[in-house]
Ligand binder design. Structure first.
Ligand SMILES: [Fe+2]
Length: 245
């Protein structure tokens, strides 16, 4: 099976469409979403409509969880809080129902997915350090784990001797071959809001037969994305992306 693993689309329709075009050509069997379909970005309703058409299974992200009242926006920084409250007000009943029906984990065939972590998935704590990654490996049995949430793509690799190493994904597409005696906690990165120097759409393709995980890094129409922000003319959204405008 070939899986596309996407996360943190964050209401950026141009990045989402560019990623989906790439996924179309990659011959995948399923598109799995690791959450945060909305939040931050200017086009939550449009992105929900694209999500319904293309995502097979999704877990609940912290921004999505605010939309369906399962997580408090009080945990967000003031800027993110204002945007997710506007987003929540923009959502239709069907969008809230969609998020309400989502779980915190995807239990795949010898792999698992969560938005943020496997120790306490509904807490939305970050996996940053080797210690965080080690605690996640202790929490579940599978050798292959996928998360999003930090918006930084790469792999925490657990070797014999309980040593955890972080392999950062580059700003160009790259592939890792999974080895039998190692365990992997892969961060698939973000489709819609990059937190690296290069603003591109990041996601992964996992091939369960070839035992490979490919980090895809895709250009999208940033000017069109910035036009969406200008047209929306919501100060909270404009401020969040002011470094790009
Ligand atoms: Fe998140």
């Amino acid at each position: 099976m070939r899986y596309a693993l996407i996360s943190d689309i964050h209401a950026n329709r141009h990045a989402f469409e560019a990623a989906l075009n790439d996924i179309d050509r990659a011959n995948v069997d399923m598109v799995l979403c690791l959450g945060d379909i909305v939040g931050y970005g200017p086009c939550p309703v449009e992105v929900m409509d694209i999500a319904y058409e293309h995502i097979d299974v999704s877990v609940l992200g912290n921004h999505d969880a605010v939309v369906c009242n399962k997580f408090s926006s009080a945990y967000f920084n003031p800027q993110a809080k204002r945007i997710i409250e506007w987003t929540r007000d923009s959502m239709r009943e069907s969008d809230v129902d969609y998020f309400n029906a989502q779980a915190y984990l995807i239990d795949g065939d010898h792999f698992k997915c969560a938005h943020s972590n496997f120790v306490q998935p509904d807490s939305f704590g970050y996996v940053m350090s080797p210690e965080d990654a080690y605690n996640n490996f202790q929490a579940v049995d599978d050798d292959l784990l996928f998360v999003g949430h930090t918006h930084v793509a790469g792999a925490h690799v657990l070797s014999k001797g309980n040593h955890v190493e972080w392999l950062a994904a580059d700003n160009t597409s790259s592939m890792i071959k999974l080895q039998k005696n190692k365990r992997y906690l892969i961060n698939v990165g973000s489709i819609g809001v990059s937190r690296t120097e290069v603003f591109k759409a990041n996601f992964c393709i996992y091939d369960s037969e070839a035992k490979t995980v490919e980090f895809r890094v895709i250009d999208f129409d940033i000017d069109a994305f910035l036009d969406d922000i200008r047209e929306l003319d919501k100060p909270e959204v404009t401020n969040y992306f002011s470094h790009l405008l």
